[in-house]
Design a protein around this ligand. Structure first.
Ligand SMILES: NC(=O)C1=CN([C@@H]2O[C@H](COP(=O)(O)OP(=O)(O)OC[C@H]3O[C@@H](n4cnc5c(N)ncnc54)[C@H](O)[C@@H]3O)[C@@H](O)[C@H]2O)C=CC1
Ligand SMILES: O=C(O)[C@H]1O[C@H](OP(=O)(O)OP(=O)(O)OC[C@H]2O[C@@H](n3ccc(=O)[nH]c3=O)[C@H](O)[C@@H]2O)[C@H](O)[C@@H](O)[C@@H]1O
Length: 441
């Protein structure tokens, strides 16, 4: 099939590469000229494991193209995907400016029947609004509209796409359903076919539910700390019940990213607009926001209150491992707070440092864990990059000024930390004190 993707960001690029890899001809369009120029030079603007190779392979096979020419991509396409950003406005509503602009561009070149599928995450009712807009702009309605939300995660986006657990098709006609089924045939996935509104709602409900699991386990963790329980064991113990499942039960500094924060606030807004107060999701957001500052409380407790002038090594900046994406990363608020306390911060992230510096003014970063830890009064872990698990803690003991680790992602096991000589505080687990020092200092 011929597929045109409007919006070559995280999702558009990954979807385009994956659709082309299963044999479709894909043209990815974007208004960002620089981005398209780099892609045409073989430079991939984001870090996503396996993406560069996949793009290279399919460009070489002539199945994947990048362009700023809408006409070139739209004409001849069976399906046109809209995958532009849908960021929140300051009042929590979703900004549909990019989506409307993209829809108008499609309408301009809509000369024969096409399926226009919306993959952007959009408030319930948006597909219908976009249908009206395109009809008005094109002057006809020789097209179908569909909602086909995306469930990939950054950092594992390609395998999530190839092994998708389900595809959701919000459609109004058999023709639209058939086209989407044909496109997804090779993914051999379960398909949920529904109306436009249910499909749009599935996306919000999925993200809000996952966010709820995270805030739930974080609240359990906060209680665990006070009653002598260990949240990692509690997660294991409840996760073995298939009705609960072990996933998204890792306690820590809470969720970040470009989606959970925006989609939870958008769901609250969607409910508000129809007169419903979505209490659970509001609390999920509040719990999540407060959770990130737990590491600062723990840090202050560990080093006796004042952070002014203290050298603090921060390990991990990205909102999760395997990505350089800093959008909504909890590290941003945590570092701002440390800066306000006049701590001397030195951060290390395997790949997100450059993006972090664009967002966090005056952030000093290093190229290695040891450089960050050298002479530090304390080290705090904000992202569970796999390489942090392999840190030689005996070397850290020697080079740090004060052996304090505040682990915001529960990277190290309690039993291992007990064999060393650190003050080690994590989330929802007992605090380990350096040898010779008693608890509650
Ligand atoms: N990032 C993620 O992991 C996921 C994102 N989503 C949703 O997918 C949508 C896209 O998200 P991302 O790919 O992360 O956004 P992004 O910001 O990385 O990419 C959006 C792209 O659209 C382009 N664009 C904006 N207006 C345009 C127009 N009129 N015509 C052509 N291109 C235009 C931008 O230049 C940009 O390259 C959002 O609605 C998001 O909520 C859904 C699932 C996962
Ligand atoms: O709509 C979206 O954009 C996407 O949002 C999330 O994907 P993503 O934000 O890329 O990453 P996740 O793996 O879900 O992690 C989100 C945040 O939750 C945190 N998290 C995750 C799991 C957990 O147990 N605990 C926890 O704190 C992560 O550290 C991260 O900050 C969803 O998992 C995807 O299904 C969805 O498509």
């Amino acid at each position: 099939m011929n597929i045109c993707i409007i919006g070559t960001g995280y999702v558009g690029l990954v979807s385009g590469a994956c659709y082309s890899d299963i044999g479709h001809n894909v043209t990815c369009i974007d208004i960002n000229k620089e981005k398209i120029e780099s892609l045409n030079k073989g430079i991939v603007p984001i870090f996503e494991p396996g993406l560069e190779e996949l793009i290279k392979k399919n460009v070489k096979a002539d199945r994947l193209k990048f362009s700023i020419e809408f006409e070139q991509g739209i004409q001849g396409a069976n399906i046109v995907y809209l995958i532009v950003g849908t960021d929140p406005l300051s009042n929590g509503e979703t900004d549909l400016t990019y989506l409307k602009e993209a829809a108008k561009s499609v309408a301009k070149y809509l000369t024969d029947y096409k399926l226009i599928a919306i993959k952007s995450t959009v408030p319930v009712g948006t597909c219908r609004k976009i249908k009206k807009l395109i009809t008005k702009e094109a002057g006809h309605s020789n097209f179908d509209i569909a909602s086909n939300p995306e469930f990939l995660r950054e950092g594992s986006a390609i395998s999530d796409t190839f092994n998708m657990e389900r595809a959701v098709f919000g459609v109004e006609t058999d023709r639209a359903e058939k086209l989407l089924r044909k496109l997804h045939e090779k993914f051999k996935t379960k398909v949920v076919v529904t109306n436009l509104e249910s499909s749009e709602m599935i996306k919000y409900a999925a993200n809000a539910f996952l966010a709820t699991k995270i805030s739930f386990i974080n609240e359990i963790a906060n209680v665990c700390e006070k009653v002598g329980a260990d949240v990692t064991k509690v997660s294991e113990g409840i996760g073995l019940d298939h009705r609960i499942s072990p996933f998204f039960l890792n306690a820590g500094i809470g969720y970040g990213g470009s989606c959970f924060p925006k989609d939870t606030s958008s769901l609250v807004k969607i409910a508000e607009e129809v007169g419903y107060d979505f209490k659970i999701v509001k609390d999920v957001e509040r719990v999540n926001y407060e959770q990130r500052f737990k590491v600062i409380e723990k840090l202050k407790e560990a080093i006796g209150g004042k952070l002014k002038g203290k050298r603090i090594a921060v390990l991990g900046l990205a909102f999760k491992p395997n990505t350089d994406d800093m959008r909504g990363a909890p590290s941003i608020d945590i570092i701002y707070k440390l800066q306000q306390c006049e701590a001397n911060i030195i951060a290390y992230d395997p790949i997100a440092s450059e993006n972090a510096k664009k967002i966090i003014p005056n952030l000093k970063t290093t190229n290695s864990i040891l450089e960050a830890a050298n002479g530090a009064h304390a080290l705090i872990i904000l992202t569970e990059w796999p390489e942090f698990q392999d840190i030689d803690l005996e070397v850290l003991e020697k080079i740090m000024d004060n052996n304090v680790i505040i682990d915001g992602r529960n990277v190290f096991s309690i039993s291992m930390m007990k064999s060393l000589d650190f003050y080690y505080a994590s989330i929802g687990r007992e605090t380990i004190y350096p040898k010779g020092k008693k608890s509650s200092q």
